[in-house]
Ligand binder design. Structure first.
Ligand code: PMP
Length: 450
């Protein structure tokens, strides 16, 4: 490995970081992570940190998941690549599809289309939704609806349904025909409603209103995250997703669950949809499907949607979408091993218990630190602290101050993620109660530095 000085000096000279201003990366160089073990990471200066970010919501099983590493190495030896485009396939994707069908059976999803990551999965799901309606003779159903504050990746369709202007404005014009409705975000919402259940009803009424305004026969799908993640961890009230399911069914609109973060145990249930008792028509997955060790994803399709494609005799059911790395045999080998470990370790159960402890601990921190305006979580291991400079006006805390919280928490041995005025926590799902206590005490120190 190159020296620490070389790495620090050269990082931003040639490398542009996703979601960062190039000038900012030069002025304040990022932390260079060089090792990972268990739930910890080590930076280039030998500083050991508990990774409360879990990579990027994906390293659910930590950094030492031997079965996944071994499966990747063994597959590289046996068959490092072959495509599954029409005419060929590989043994791993066949086995994986069977395992995924079993895993997602309670969600009513039984067919898999493989991708190289979350943005790809979103893109495919949106394309399949339009195609589904075309096959059925409803070619006018081309529009998409989604929630403000939702995050659906970087590709153009995904960015078009994205509900955060930061990820949109520099790239406009995006796809026409994409419309957004208010998020069930209790802390800030256009209705000034602080009761989550009443807010859910208001947001659902806004969805129905938008559908009628657009004309239901023009809408292909509604896409939502069961718990909004990158937008600042916004868990909707339990009535929201079932209500949305009912509205979509009423108007013949497909419901796409974007579970790039929530699938495989993050919410304390095996999937976010199951968490809310909802069966989506399509489900996007990626991230934890390989524990972050290999870029991979899968779009799961319901029986009813699948049948429309499979029984089509017009030719419209031919899937004109695919990635060179769709069904990559190494990714599939990693996913098979990962699914087995995910189930063997019953990580969803641990995520639920540790998530409750973390959420309770964060609520306790709120009584101590005036900068915490809102604490969100309570649905497994995804939580956020929204920091404000004044609780009364809810004015977001400034960048420098939240940077300070991050730095002091880091010095105390815990990596957290800053997104806008939120501190986001999405640790590996294998963390222990001691790890939770460590996250809380480091954050306590970080907040005390304000
Ligand atoms: N959808 C959701 C809900 C996500 O959280 C993300 C990534 N954070 C994506 C899509 C995009 O996934 P990727 O970064 O793997 O392309």
């Amino acid at each position: 490995m190159k020296t620490s000085n070389y790495l620090k000096e050269n990082n931003a000279k040639r490398l542009w970081h996703p979601m960062a201003h190039p000038a900012e990366s030069l002025a304040s160089p990022p932390d260079i992570i060089v090792e990972g073990e268990g739930v910890e990471i080590v930076d280039v200066d030998g500083h050991r940190l508990l990774d409360a970010v879990g990579g990027l919501w994906n390293v659910n099983l930590g950094y030492s998941c031997e079965p996944v590493k071994k499966a990747i190495a063994a597959q590289l030896d046996r068959l490092p690549y072959y495509s599954i485009f029409r005419g060929t396939t590989n043994d791993n994707v066949i086995e994986l599809s069977e395992m995924l069908a079993e895993f997602f059976a309670p969600d009513g999803l039984s067919r898999a289309f493989f991708t190289s990551g979350g943005s790809d999965s979103v893109e495919i799901a949106l394309r399949l939704a339009r195609q589904y309606h075309k096959i059925r003779g409803e070619a006018g159903r081309v529009k998409f609806l989604s929630l403000k504050k939702g995050y659906h990746g970087t590709h153009t369709l995904g960015a078009s349904v994205n509900g955060n202007s930061n990820f949109r404005t520099q790239y406009e014009p995006l796809m026409p025909g994409c419309f957004h409705t208010p998020a069930p975000y209790t802390y800030r919402n256009p209705f000034n409603e602080s009761d989550p259940e009443r807010l859910a009803q208001l947001c659902l009424a806004a969805v129905e209103d938008e559908i009628k305004f657009q004309d239901p026969s023009t809408i292909a799908a509604f896409i939502m995250e069961p718990v909004l993640g990158a937008g600042g961890v916004i868990p909707p009230h339990k009535s929201f997703m079932p209500g949305l399911r009912a509205i979509c069914s009423k108007y013949g609109i497909l419901l796409i669950a974007d579970e790039v973060i929530t699938a495989f145990g993050r919410t304390g249930s095996w999937t976010g949809s199951r968490h809310w008792g909802v069966q989506p028509d399509l489900l996007c997955s990626a991230k934890a499907i390989t524990n972050g060790y290999f870029p991979f994803g899968a779009v799961m399709v319901s029986d009813a949607v699948a049948e429309v494609f499979e029984k089509d005799t017009s030719g419209k059911g031919a899937i004109g979408s695919g990635y060179t790395y769709s069904g990559h045999p190494v990714g599939a080998a990693a996913a098979i091993a990962c699914l087995k470990e995910t189930e063997r370790l019953q990580v969803a159960t641990n995520a639920a218990s540790r998530g409750d402890e973390l959420f309770a601990g964060l609520q306790a921190l709120m009584t101590k630190h005036g900068a915490i305006g809102d604490v969100r979580g309570g649905e497994g291991l995804m939580c956020a602290l929204e920091l404000v400079s004044d609780r009364g006006s809810k004015a977001p805390i400034d960048k420098k101050s939240i940077g300070k919280v991050h730095r002091v928490t880091y010095e105390a041995g815990v990596m957290v993620r800053v997104s806008g005025n939120n501190i986001i926590l999405s640790p590996p799902l294998i963390i222990t109660a001691t790890d939770v206590a460590k996250i809380l005490s480091a954050l306590d120190a970080g907040l005390a530095a304000l």
